[in-house]
Write a protein that binds this ligand. Structure first.
Ligand code: C5P
Length: 267
């Protein structure tokens, strides 16, 4: 992991001052079961390279000098487990405050519960999936810098490698039948969106107040709710290491990234 001086130098180079006028907090929704990863403990509590995914996600946020508070949204029945995990893997020498609150049935509800736990002096909020434990600090800092530059909603994103097709809803049809393609969006205009997504706090609060009532699975990202408010959302470059650990193959990739970092850090 980068040492403090390196992080600080990088933060200053990217225009993120060490002592902001209003505080920046990160909300980490970590209440999902992660069923696509297979059976076992909740996804965020699984270890990667010996350290739980959630601990890595928290460290990824505290690595940014801009972030002074992290709110972890735990599975509703897993609050105590998350607290003891964070005690077991402390954020060595870090001055960032970390609090744990219970989550909800959907990601959207979990983020809403995290926002309610923020103190009044927080002006900028990052929302970061626990399932993206390897996001580099430079990506976090560039999201914060864009919000500080006046953009109310900022998402890190990458161009797509695959062509994307739209398909017709099945509407009760045979789930094994081939699907009908209804369109091919122009790939050059598509972006795969990552986290942390950064927001002016009042804008995100307004989006959750307006659209926070989760329907079905709820919103898959927070910027989508802000778009529905009619507020502009901008994209900054994401990073390939900010991928979401969703399927078993992603665990293999994450272990490989960690091994490469260890080799590069000289461990
Ligand atoms: O399921 P998915 O991978 O999209 O979840 C993204 C993030 O939202 C994960 O970090 C997961 O823990 C979190 N989540 C949550 N509460 C839920 C469902 C998902 O905090 N009820």
């Amino acid at each position: 992991m980068s040492d403090r001086a390196t992080v600080s130098d990088r933060a200053e180079r990217s225009g993120v001052p060490a002592a902001p006028a209003t505080r920046t907090a990160a909300v980490i929704p970590a209440a999902g079961r992660g069923v696509r990863l297979g059976p076992g403990v909740p996804k965020a509590l699984r270890a990667l390279g010996g350290t739980p995914m959630l601990v890595r996600a928290v460290r990824a946020m505290t690595a940014s000098r801009a972030v002074s508070l992290v709110v972890v949204v735990a599975p509703p029945d897993g609050e105590a487990e998350v607290r003891s995990l964070l005690d077991e893997f402390p954020l060595a020498g870090d001055r960032t405050e970390v609090v744990v609150v219970p989550g909800g049935a959907t990601r959207q509800e979990s983020v809403g519960l995290g926002l309610k736990a923020l103190p009044d002096d927080v002006g900028i909020v990052l929302v970061h999936d626990a399932a993206r434990p390897l996001v580099p600090v430079d990506t976090v800092d560039s999201v914060v810098a864009a919000v500080r530059a006046g953009h109310p909603a900022v998402v890190p994103a990458l161009p797509l490698a695959d062509t994307v097709k739209r398909v017709a809803p099945r509407d009760g049809a045979d789930a094994t039948a081939p699907e009908t393609v209804t369109g091919t969006p122009e790939r050059a205009l598509l972006r795969a969106v990552q986290t942390p997504q950064g927001f002016d706090r009042r804008t995100l609060d307004a989006a959750h107040a307006e659209f926070g009532k989760a329907v079905g699975e709820g919103a898959t990202d927070d910027a989508g709710m802000v778009e529905r408010l009619g507020v502009p959302v901008v994209v900054v470059p994401g990073h390939e290491e900010a991928f979401k650990v969703t399927r078993p193959l992603d665990l293999v990739l994450a272990e490989a990234v960690i091994a490469r970092r260890r080799a590069n850090d000289g461990f």
